[in-house]
Design a protein. Structure first.
Length: 137
């Protein structure tokens, strides 16, 4: 019975040693895997920092572009207001020319009527004078 007991103890110790060897192999492989994960995380962290820096540059450039567009938009507003003012001035000038044309046309008609009356009176006076001249002869 002692032999069985020593045999069982020897089998248990061998099994325990095999278990310990596999556990050590598992821990070594786990350490290698963890080192690789740590290295990968380091690279990812570096890449994220690079991407963040690039993103910050893009945001800064975008802000500059927005400021530039805002400034140019303000300048265009002034230009558009100036063009509107010129358009209003031209419209007022056209109205003034139309009024002046209407006034000239009205006075021209009045003057034509006066000239026609003057010609009639002149013709009448001339005819009267000719008659008097012929009657006196």
């Amino acid at each position: 019975m002692e032999v069985i007991l020593y045999s069982a103890l020897a089998i248990a110790i061998i099994a325990l040693l095999i278990l310990i060897i596999y556990l050590v192999i598992l821990l070594v492989n786990t350490k290698k895997t963890m080192d690789q994960v740590l290295e990968t995380l380091g690279r990812i962290n570096h890449q994220v920092k690079d991407v963040a820096a690039d993103a910050n540059q893009v945001v800064d450039r975008s802000k500059g572009l927005v400021d530039d567009l805002t400034q140019k938009s303000s300048q265009l507003d002034g230009l558009i207001l100036g063009a509107k003012g010129i358009g209003d001035t031209v419209e007022d000038f056209n109205k003034s020319l139309q009024q002046l044309s209407n006034i000239i046309s009205k006075h021209s008609k009045e003057d034509q009527e006066k000239a026609a009356q003057a010609v009639k009176w002149g013709a009448s006076i001339f005819e009267y004078w000719n008659r008097r001249k012929t009657n006196s002869n």
